[in-house]
Design a protein around this ligand. Structure first.
Ligand SMILES: *Cc1c(COP(=O)(O)O)cnc(C)c1O
Length: 363
């Protein structure tokens, strides 16, 4: 694994900023740990968290497959990992995407509506995505609304599948919330199982599968507090066949966005540190409404408060507000950590046309 000191040294010696650094050695060790904690559960990595090809290749030996949410992700994952098992989910799949899934040998389709089912070419192995009225404790994001189907929609789909040769109902897919800790996830899993097993049995599904989704908590205010995979693995039931599809909790910890200070100024009593680049390269703090965790690599001893901003002409371009920092000058280097998931790939890169970051992979 890359020791923090080695990452620091690498980051301060880069030729140019901003830059993304992916710690592939750390990612590999983390994925192996998760794999070991969940020996009986299939793990599909949710590519939308970070579809970088090197990340996919690093994860591949430690996961059972990849979950994709669009034809674009599907094409990319199939090209990057030709032999991987793929599950295809997401609302609003087009007829072209469904045909592509068939063509590229997708392992499971997560059907989101009766209309989508009617457009699905066979043969296909299907999980129906259920939108269940379950209690989720303390979720950061609740995935209800347009996702999946309520009981009448599920019943309608099961009825149609029974009349459609080549379409095989294999189980239920659920992704109900994100930001849950292990006990809350287990509580949710038990509720899902209690609902799904009788329903699947009533619809004649033998060897049912449950895909419990992703959403394992990542705490940006406490980078060392990780999701408790041990507890989660020990608490999951042995049957039926279980699959999960984590994204953020797998890759978030293994990316850094590193940049340097361009200017420091105090205006009307507030100190701003202006950094090269901006939240159009790392949108995570804006979308999540948090201070992105960071390390100042070229100075020590936090001594005063400042707001860390980028080069964008908008007051929303804030990485971290009113945080303790050392005395900073132009040229100092800052690494925003926890930038390995929903970071570069969700950002609005073209806004203001700044140079794009360079990408570096530490093995
Ligand atoms: C986004 C998503 C995931 C991954 O969620 P994380 O919070 O990144 O773990 C898994 N499944 C589905 C259906 C999703 O939409």
């Amino acid at each position: 694994m890359n020791e923090p000191a080695a990452m620091n040294e690498y980051a301060v010696n880069l030729d140019s900023y901003p830059a993304y650094i992916y710690d592939l050695a750390g990612l590999e060790a983390h994925a192996a740990e998760i794999r070991a904690a969940l020996p009986d559960t299939e793990i599909f990595y949710a590519a939308k968290a970070n579809p970088d090809a090197e990340i996919l290749r690093t994860l591949a030996p430690h996961v059972d497959g990849i979950e994709v949410s669009s034809g674009g992700e599907l094409t990319h994952v199939r090209a990057t990992l030709p032999n991987s098992r793929i599950a295809f989910g997401g609302p609003g799949k087009t007829t072209e995407e469904l045909a592509l899934a068939h063509h590229l040998n997708v392992d499971r389709i997560h059907v989101e509506s009766p209309r989508e089912l009617s457009r699905l070419p066979g043969p296909a192995s299907v999980l129906l995505r259920a939108n269940l009225p379950l209690k989720t404790l303390d979720a950061a994001l609740t995935m209800s609304g347009p996702f999946g189907m309520d009981e009448p929609g599920l019943d309608e789909c099961a009825g149609r599948i029974a009349e459609t040769p080549g379409i095989d109902l294999r189980g239920i897919h659920v992704h109900l919330a994100s930001g849950l800790d292990a006990p809350a996830m287990l509580d949710l899993a038990a509720q899902i199982r209690d609902w799904a097993l009788p329903w699947l049995e009533a619809h004649g599904v033998n060897d049912p599968e449950l895909n419990l989704g992703g959403g394992m908590a990542v705490d940006y205010t406490s980078p060392d507090t990780r999701f408790d995979w041990e507890t989660y693995g020990k608490g999951l039931p042995e049957s039926p066949a279980l699959r999960i599809e984590p994204g953020r909790a797998l890759t978030a910890y293994h990316g850094w966005y590193v940049t340097d200070v361009l200017d420091v100024k105090t205006t009307r009593g507030e100190t701003y540190v202006i950094l090269r680049g901006g939240t159009h390269h790392l949108r995570t703090p804006v979308t999540k409404g948090h201070d992105q965790p960071f390390k100042v690599l070229t100075a020590n001893d936090p001594e005063s408060r400042a707001t860390l901003v980028g080069q964008l002409c908008t007051p929303k371009d804030v990485f971290a507000r009113d945080v303790l920092v050392p005395h900073l000058s132009p040229g100092d280097v800052i690494a925003f950590t926890m930038a390995g998931a929903y970071a570069w790939n969700i950002s609005h890169h073209d806004f203001l046309m700044h140079p794009k970051p360079t990408f570096h992979y530490r093995r």
